[in-house]
Design a protein around this ligand. Structure first.
Ligand code: GLU
Length: 431
């Protein structure tokens, strides 16, 4: 594997640019983040001590619109990771044709170790530190791993205090009472479900004959499991960070979700119960889950899960990436050679940012939509772009991942050209 997550992520450009209508100069520009901010966030802890946390916000590209992307709270957050996530957001927004560029943020913290008040002070402190770097027309925040609507509400409130004006459109994924959109909570999973439903008939794969394993039982993975089970798919394995469970005949997803929800940690924020405590099923590790002989494998946790080290164990026929960056570029090559279809993150998990866009639109117009309107528009966008990328991959005989990047690069190239020639001089002449 290459030395950094970001170096590995940007390798995908090299492969895709051969097929895209975009100049080499424009691709060269897209290899680097536009701006990266590192901040220190001092937080008064409940016991009176002061602790300083590291935070980041990266605006990768804003050619197609203001930066857009979530904020992650995790002990492993680093600038390298945030840059990679911001890179993926750029391509994700272009794939879905959202009028946004790509951005991402994060704080290096184990949020499960903080009290609710400490978490609030940290979230407000983060916004204090990055306030000049964000804005409804500059860079818009959203939830990501271990952040949620409550945290987005605090962030929006803090920004509004700083600006002395209510600014709902600076953050998406807010509570409904603060300008959130219906359907945003389950949007990543709902969007991924629409992508799966668009793809599987192409392989004549009926839900009742399709087994599924899902790694990750957070906001995306657990809702995904429920949607698939309800549609008749056989969800045989799920896992969380502690490990997983397996049942050949299929799992009872609603009761597993209920069980996880019972273990509320700090005021309904992080579930303490692990799926491993559900003893009537076979227990398996996350590595075992990835290696199961199932039809569909859904990595819905973190990046770098399928690497050169375990790619040869993978037996699934189709992989839908609900997490960002779960497969390294080296592992991708092996999967392709093995004939395993990979449906990429920048398409499959784009439902979250798509409904974030809907929320931003609603905040700016002041007119709020029904759940039917939100889901109908989400479905239309997901199916339209899935079909386009499928056609590109068929026409050019390339993987769905490369096709998704080609599709995004074409849109980015068009936007860069439309901006004019000011930036492009070759040997003293305008190119
Ligand atoms: N964090 C989500 C993602 O990775 C959503 C981003 C957003 O809504 O802006 O796509």
């Amino acid at each position: 594997m290459s030395d950094s997550l970001f170096a590995d992520a940007s390798k995908r450009l090299q492969t895709a640019m051969k097929y895209a209508s975009i100049s080499e100069d424009a691709v060269e520009r897209l290899k680097y983040p536009k701006a990266s901010l590192s901040v220190s966030i001092p937080v008064r802890m409940d016991n009176g001590t002061l602790q300083v946390f590291q935070g980041y916000r990266v605006r990768y590209d804003d050619t197609r619109g203001p930066g857009k992307g979530g904020v992650r709270y995790h002990p492993n957050v680093s600038l390298d990771e945030v840059q990679s996530l911001a890179f993926w957001m750029t391509f994700k927004c272009a794939v879905l044709n959202l009028p946004f560029g790509g951005a991402k943020g994060g704080i290096t913290v184990d949020p499960k170790a903080l009290s609710k008040l400490e978490l609030e002070r940290l979230s407000r402190g983060y916004v204090d530190a990055i306030a000049d770097f964000i804005g409804p027309d500059v860079d818009i925040l959203a939830p990501d791993v271990y952040t949620n609507a409550m945290i987005m509400g605090w962030m929006m409130d803090q920004y509004s205090i700083i600006r002395r004006q209510i600014s709902p459109a600076v953050v998406t994924g807010k509570p409904l009472t603060m300008g959130g959109s219906v359907g945003r909570d389950g949007a990543t999973a709902t969007g991924a479900f629409f992508a799966i439903e668009a793809i599987m008939p192409k392989f004549d794969q009926l839900p009742s004959q399709t087994t599924v394993a899902i790694q990750g039982f957070g906001k995306a993975g657990s809702v995904m499991a429920e949607l698939l089970a309800r549609a008749g798919y056989k969800v045989v394995a799920v896992s969380d960070s502690q490990g997983g469970i397996y049942a050949k005949k299929g799992l009872d997803i609603p009761s597993i979700r209920q069980y996880k929800a019972m273990g509320n940690g700090i005021t309904a924020l992080y579930c303490k119960n692990t799926v491993c405590n559900i003893v009537e099923h076979e227990i398996l590790s996350n590595q075992d889950l990835l290696a199961l002989d199932v039809d569909i494998l859904i990595p819905a946790a973190l990046e770098n899960q399928i690497t050169e080290a375990n790619v040869n164990d993978i037996k699934a026929k189709y992989i839908f990436e609900v997490a960002n960056g779960p497969i390294t570029s080296e592992a991708d090559k092996v999967l392709e050679a093995k004939g395993i279809y990979v449906f990429p993150d920048i398409l499959v998990n784009a439902g979250g940012v798509t409904v974030s866009y809907f929320e931003w639109v609603q905040n700016r117009s002041g007119l709020y939509w029904t759940i039917e309107e939100v889901n109908q528009r989400l479905k239309q966008k997901m199916i339209e772009e899935t079909e386009r990328i499928w056609s590109i991959s068929q026409e050019l005989a390339i993987s769905m991942r490369t096709a998704a990047y080609v599709h995004a690069l074409n849109r980015l190239g068009e936007a860069l050209n439309a901006k004019g020639t000011r930036d492009y001089y070759i040997n003293g002449r305008i190119s």
